[in-house]
Design a protein around this ligand. Sequence first.
Ligand code: NZQ
Ligand code: ZN
Length: 387
Amino acid sequence: MQSFTFYSPTEIVFGRGAQEQTAQKVKKYGGTRVFLLYGGGSVRKSGLLGEVEKTLADAGIEFRSLGGVQPNPRLAFAEEAAKEASRFGADFILGVGGGSVLDTAKAVAHGVANSDVPLWSFWTREAPLEKTLPVGAVLTISAAGSETSDSAVLTNEAAGQKRGLSTNLNRPRFAIMNPELTFTLPPYQIGCGIVDIMMHTLDRYFTPTRGNALTDEWAEALLRVVVENGTRALEDPHDYDAMSELMWCGSLSHNGLTGLGAKMDFAVHQLGHELSAKFDVAHGASLSTVWGDWAREVCGEHPERFTRYAKNVWGAASAEEGIEATVRYFRSIAMPTCFTELGIGVQTEETVADLARRCCWDDKRTIGSFKVLGREEIARIYTAANR
Ligand code: NZQ
Ligand code: ZN
């Protein structure tokens, strides 16, 4: 086995009615003045926001709520929210929503704790992040895994950049996970979530590292469970068992467990982030758009890994059949597998070249580790998906 460090400190409250414990957990982690963030209104409509606010009020916890976080959350919004949270004197940030809300909550926590540092400089690594405020999560969509992950992803609209920041300071103190809270999701968001959950494990499983038997088995099991329950969830979004399996997989897929001791790849995420930055498309959809063409580009590097994946996840006989089975599955859950299916149409050669230039940061970085990709390989993948 390879050596590793595993750190997943988030306390998880999972199951029906879990949100009733929100105030109790806020108190446990030292919150007395809570700045609550939510998105475009789904939690207001479902009644969850009122319920959470009531638990805080009943517990005598001061709070202020701010809605309006958009998918592909914006830096400018987080900066403003951090100022407001500072004025309020917040000592705890609570996100009620999905990855976009939770990542904004993390950013606001960093902003309040470091009000003298430009927020984006943590994302560009110009400033080291050394302190933050505690964050709690009430999760409403199984997808990004932000409720336990060490990551927060923001879009800097002015710069046209979408970037992630990974640090243990991004780990929420607690996550409230009630699968019933996901029953109101539209099918498209369920599909995006399924892809993202799969991708957090696929981007770890396709690694050049070998010798981690249990980690590999975990990854394959998680993928099989997501595939099966993803289909069931889309047939009936009120299927508690299916929605709960997806929710738990969402957290375990991105807390590090399915890639322990292995070099991560995450090229597909970088390819997808450029599409979201330029076209403001949903994260999960950006990933399924490029995965098939990424897989065909890198498969020859370690074909035995793709053959194993095909056999153990899809019961397929060859690497190629495993890739095809994956792409077919994405289509079966109405997720895009090329630019036109993503809804952005066929792009000009210049646009494709620009996407590749941005993705490799003007040749300042490569992406991936299963196969290391530079500008040329990145351009080849975008070109293949541009149909
Ligand atoms: O804004 P509201 O009205 O709440 O609607 C949201 C939004 O339109 C809706 N939604 C969420 N829960 C709902 C619901 N609608 C009805 N009922 C519910 N229960 O779904 C839409 C998408 O929400 P969003 O938070 O954007 O989804 P997701 O959780 O997929 O988050 C995506 C963001 O997370 C980032 C992505 O890049 C993207 O910006 N990621 C964050 C990661 C992390 N922090 O670890 C890792 C991921 O790889 C990812 O990059
Ligand atoms: Zn993701």
